[in-house]
Ligand binder design. Sequence first.
Ligand code: FES
Ligand SMILES: [Fe+2]
Length: 393
Amino acid sequence: MFATDYSRQPIESFFPEDMFNPIHYRGVRRPVMEAETLPNWCYISETFYKREVDRIFMKVWNFVDRTDRIPLPGDYFTFDYVGVPMVIIRGRDGVVRAFSNSCRHRGARIVDGAGNCNVLRCPYHSWAYAPDGRLVAAPDMEDTLDFDRSEFGLVPIRLEVWGGFMFVNFDSDAVSLKDFLGDLIPNTVSYNFDDLVCVRRKTYELACNWKLFFENFAEQYHIPYLHGGTLNRQKRKINPPEPTRGAYEALYVQHPGSRMLLQGDTGFPAIEGLAGRYAEGTYYPSVYPSTSMGMCIDGMWCVRTDPLGPHKTRLVVWTCFPRKTVERPDFEQVVQSYYKRLDTTIPEDNTACELQQRGLMSPFNRPGRIGRLEKLVHSINNWVLDRVIGNHA
Ligand code: FES
Ligand SMILES: [Fe+2]
């Protein structure tokens, strides 16, 4: 029986004690058209969330930002992700690197925010690190026996770059970024990502689990309803999920024009050299664990959902265009139509995800079913279970 005053009952007490027993996920494991959605505790339980952090975010490649955020030697920004404080910095050799943002002396956080520096200097006792992480100054350490500065550089975190997208990985045993992304790299080669310029980076805080927005982006079911007033020109068409080899799912939708614009607005010319079907529609890769991309004929937007706890997500949205487009004299004027589109539809999605979170909090919530226009939700759910519960669940 349920407690009469649910609000006084710890939420975890409503979840099975053997939450990680595969028996609870049999419905999610069925073929898509027979499958159920994830049980609600996968979105609201602290225990499930912690396991996701350990087994997903600490193990896989996580998108960080575009390299053009730090174009010059010494440019840096800090990035705190699943509780790990990092600093991302470009060296004097032009190479971008990630380090643990924790002093090798007695552990203080070294920097905040973003900027440009000759050295990263810890404010506590003034140990100073070169942009490549070497400890270059440590005052008053002369009497410390066997103290070798070269052994006290910043702790590096694996960072690899694909087409200007920087990714970090906390696991030294993980495969390379190239192997992680698989055939996403050859599929998207004609977008020429190295030439993209990020023109806006916008952040939202959402009262929902990180998976909800990631799932929302990957399904078309909601478009005529949730975005009925804004994206309703989009034709109702069943686009089957793409076969993929790599840590991503994808949809391709063939249509005229750019999906980064609302009906009636005019935009920029197409990306030069865009080839084949990519020049005739939009490609939507959802890169695990939580980066969603909308690659259009004229530019792209990219969304990352950062887990801040089971009920809290930071959403970061990048808008990018080819360099030639950004250099157009009418760029600032025309780009407003693109911002209008994103600033209208993303809040609509945010609202839905927050409603979903609130509904999932009900002790009477039960798993639902998957429709033909949201098959990737099932793929995402199973990718998460493969890691949180195990492949053979
Ligand atoms: S903690 Fe950084 S210099 Fe002492
Ligand atoms: Fe949407």
